[in-house]
Write a protein that binds this ligand. Structure first.
Ligand code: SF4
Ligand code: SF4
Length: 390
């Protein structure tokens, strides 16, 4: 179905911006701006008016359409089953139309240009792609069982690099055989695709597939749920068929058998479902299995969890473009407040993008000292019996 054909079918009922209890606002741009045009139903109006040439692609319209963070809450909660699966495709197609017409916000243009020129949204050198391995001996991929695909945030962002080191170190301690591509890795393209740059996504997918084929890659572990989504759902369309796992799915069975230090202090943890693990790929169990296997850890759920989780606001490229902007009413800000209200001292994540978004939000919400944001392997590493690797 072409996306133009579904726009008129929307009832404008507005349920798509809510979780299933209808109490909170679960669409991040609507949560921040509170104008109906930022909601999924409002977007449908705007896109239809754009297609009918009743609205010009002004800078304001571009900002609204690119503020969608691709969280898929609307896909999950739209009341019209006949087209709910098409919603996000329609929003992405509208972005694609703006991209093709050169009508995009400057932050989006610059981000896409950096990905095209440098293979990553930061514009950093490709040869520094393995800088995250500092202090850890990680082999280039050759004949190991898995390729560990680190992704852009894990490769270049300071917090992302810490997480990449923690996950890789834990995989080593648990005996997983893996190697990395280093400077031969480029963006998985998930965010370029979500920003409507279909041609750039195609280019990145084809380049990565060429690299995977030349190295004989069959099994991939991703650090990022975003890369997991692209490899699992989109790369097969370009001939790239691999066995793809998010690292939490590798850890879940192994952590159950790991040896933990005795007398662990109690720790109350709440887990934030990444949209690209949860709503996009229905993986809610693996990260929780890891956490509940840890002695001393009590897992408590936030008010919004599983398919009702509130997005961190970093998807759709927003972690790089900051189209939604910062402040107390961002979804990341509301989410860390919700985590603190759960009584947990730790907000656990399984996505480097979520970790980056929440690190800022904890400061903005004055929750430092009350709520720590930790990635799940960091919590495991703290509790494992100390052992040297390499
Ligand atoms: S995908 Fe998320 S951010 Fe985009 S319109 Fe739907 S609920 Fe809002
Ligand atoms: S829930 Fe579905 S039908 Fe209702 S406004 Fe949202 S997109 Fe339209």
């Amino acid at each position: 179905m072409q996306y133009e054909e579904i726009l008129h079918r929307c009832f404008r009922c507005g349920y798509c911006k809510l979780p299933e209890n209808y109490v909170d606002f679960n669409c991040p741009p609507y949560l921040s701006f509170r104008f109906e045009t930022y909601s999924p139903g409002g977007r449908m109006w705007l896109i239809r008016a754009l297609l009918d040439n009743k609205l010009a692609p002004t800078g304001r319209l571009q900002e609204i359409l690119f503020s969608c963070v691709a969280c898929a809450n609307c896909v999950t909660h739209c009341t019209f089953p006949k087209f709910k699966d098409q919603l996000l495709l329609a929003f992405t197609a509208a972005k694609e139309q703006l991209v093709n017409g050169g009508k995009v916000p400057p932050a989006v243009r610059d981000c896409l240009t950096r990905i095209y020129q440098h293979g990553n949204p930061y514009g950093h050198a490709r040869k520094k792609r393995d800088a995250w391995t500092d202090g850890l001996k990680v082999e280039p991929y050759s004949d190991q069982e898995y390729l560990f695909f680190v992704g852009d945030v894990g490769s270049y962002d300071t917090r992302g690099q810490e997480i990449a080191r923690s996950v890789a170190g834990l995989l080593q301690k648990l005996g997983v055989s893996f190697g990395i591509l280093g400077a031969d890795e480029i963006s998985d393209g998930n965010e370029a695709g979500a920003m409507g740059e279909a041609e750039l996504f195609k280019y990145l997918a084809e380049e990565n597939i060429k690299t995977f084929e030349s190295r004989g890659v069959e099994k991939i572990i991703t650090l990022s749920p975003h890369g997991y989504n692209a490899f699992k759902n989109d790369y097969p369309g370009f001939g790239g068929n691999y066995s793809v796992l998010h690292y939490s799915q590798v850890l879940a069975p192994l952590v159950k058998k790991a040896a933990f230090a005795p007398d662990q202090p109690p720790l109350r943890v709440t887990y934030h479902d990444s949209c690209y693990l949860g709503r996009h790929n229905m993986e809610y169990g693996a990260p929780r299995t890891v956490l509940t296997a840890l002695p001393g850890v009590e897992l408590v759920e936030m008010q919004r969890c599983f398919q009702n989780a509130l997005c961190c606001g970093g998807g759709g490229g927003n972690v790089f473009t900051d189209i939604i902007g910062s402040g107390r009413q961002t979804s990341a800000g509301v989410r860390v407040g919700e985590a603190a209200a759960s009584g947990a001292g730790v907000l656990a994540v399984a996505c480097p993008q979520c970790a980056v978004m929440f690190a800022d939000a904890v400061k903005v919400q004055n929750l430092e000292g009350r709520l720590a944001v930790k990635e799940i392997s960091e919590i495991v590493n703290e509790r494992l019996i100390k052992q040297e690797v390499n």
